[in-house]
Ligand binder design. Structure first.
Ligand code: SAH
Length: 389
């Protein structure tokens, strides 16, 4: 026990307070072993998973980095993370899993505050301006977005501030001010003002370009995401003739990557902003055989069943809570030949597989992809096919 604590502290001095990296005391090989075993056991009744897809350099993979700003007792600016289950700020300058450049930018911003007379926000008194900084990095493009989350819209000498920041970090391509004047634990508020550049960055995945706005959902580990999507495509085995549904499609990544190899792709997603990004992304990539719908995936698929629509391949990538029974029932009515189930929670995955296996589907193959090294999260892809054909 004590040895484990020492290993933790050595790898990261604040890991106990942060709680983000549950496996930081393990070597990477051990982490993979543990995750593989968890998945293999869960899949026991269905199939033996392929070897886990690991990461060559498992550090500094996060392309989205957040820091909360505040003051210490002497009113010096501090930045870092909230201590687990509290609103106490733990100062952090560098993190084992975050993009290095992003961490450096956060430290530079903190260093500029005094000379620009920008006070960090104090949650107790409500005084001060800078609440959070969010950095997003385009892995393939190198574009960098800085989001300054302020308690009010007025950033003093914003042009000079951007100039000073870009002198230190010329690779910053856009700076956005986001206003969060609410007493909330959400980082980003409603209002936004672009103060430098386009207001978004772009990144490339599997040959397609994606626009990332401050609030867009985008996988945090781009290196592993490419491997995850490539595996999903391999399992789908598209020939160019299929009708494909990308359910829980987010900003449309999976469906767009599939579109080159399918006759027609439909994407369905609940979040309005994500659907807007998806439509935009399809346009930018000149994809004409894809359509996105904003709806609950279950309701949408049920409607497809009612209309007697045909579906060959279903990609589904639900949130941690898994799919709904309504959705799964609709699957058994529409009867796609193949289902590629992508999941970030193997427990709800297995629950949903069980439902489908009782109703004319079988599990063909599966694999876990290490998307979140040093944490206990396991990402997986499973291929199912119909048994009644
Ligand atoms: N496939 C995407 C996003 C997966 S995250 C990618 O790889 O980037 C899961 C998505 O499911 C989120 O975008 C969330 O908004 C969406 N979602 C959650 N509940 C939903 C529901 N009931 N119907 C449709 N989409 C839903």
């Amino acid at each position: 026990m004590q040895q484990r604590e020492e290993k933790r502290k050595k790898a990261c001095p604040v890991s106990n307070k942060c709680g983000g990296c549950q496996f930081i005391h393990k070597s990477y090989e051990e982490q993979i072993q543990v995750k593989s075993t968890i998945f293999r056991k869960l899949m026991e009744n269905y199939c033996k998973p392929e070897p886990m897809i690991t990461m060559e350099q498992p550090e500094h993979y996060r392309n989205k980095v957040h820091a909360v700003f505040g003051e210490d007792r002497r009113h010096n600016a501090i930045s870092g993370i909230y201590e687990q289950k509290s609103h106490r700020i733990v100062p952090v300058d560098s993190c084992l899993i975050e993009n290095k450049k992003a961490d450096e930018i956060i430290v530079s911003i903190r260093g500029l505050l005094k000379s620009f007379k920008i006070r960090p926000y104090n949650e107790d008194t409500g005084y001060g301006l800078l609440r959070h900084v969010l950095i997003r990095v385009g892995h393939a493009t190198g574009e960098i977005m800085v989001v300054l989350v302020l308690s009010s819209p007025m950033l003093p000498s914003k042009k000079n501030f951007v100039k000073a920041l870009r002198t230190i970090h010329p690779e910053i391509t856009t700076v956005v001010v986001n206003v969060n004047d609410k007493d909330t634990s959400l980082v980003l508020g409603e209002k936004e003002q672009v103060i430098y550049g386009k207001g978004y960055i772009e990144d490339k995945l599997c040959g397609k370009t994606f626009r990332i706005s401050p609030k867009s959902f985008y996988q945090v580990n781009p290196v592993q995401t490419e491997k995850l999507y490539a595996k999903a495509m391999e399992y789908a085995h598209l020939t160019g003739k299929e009708v494909v549904l990308d359910a829980y499609c987010g900003t449309g990544t999976i469906g767009m990557i599939a579109s080159d190899h399918a006759a027609r792709v439909i994407g369905v997603e609940l979040n309005r902003d994500a659907v807007r990004d998806a439509i935009n992304n399809a346009k930018c990539n000149q994809i004409s055989n894809i359509r996105f719908y904003q709806n609950d995936a279950g309701k949408f698929l049920l409607e497809m069943a009612r209309q007697g629509e045909k579906l060959d391949v279903l990609f589904m990538d639900p949130p941690r809570s898994g799919s709904s029974e309504e959705f799964l029932k609709a699957v058994t009515e529409v009867k796609p030949n193949r289902i590629v189930y992508i999941s970030c929670n193997p427990e709800t995955l297995v629950r949903d597989l069980k439902f489908l296996v009782k109703r004319n589907y079988k599990v063909v193959k599966s694999v876990a992809v290490d998307m979140f090294p040093f944490t206990d999260h396991v990402e997986t892809v499973v291929l199912m096919s119909r048994t009644d054909r």
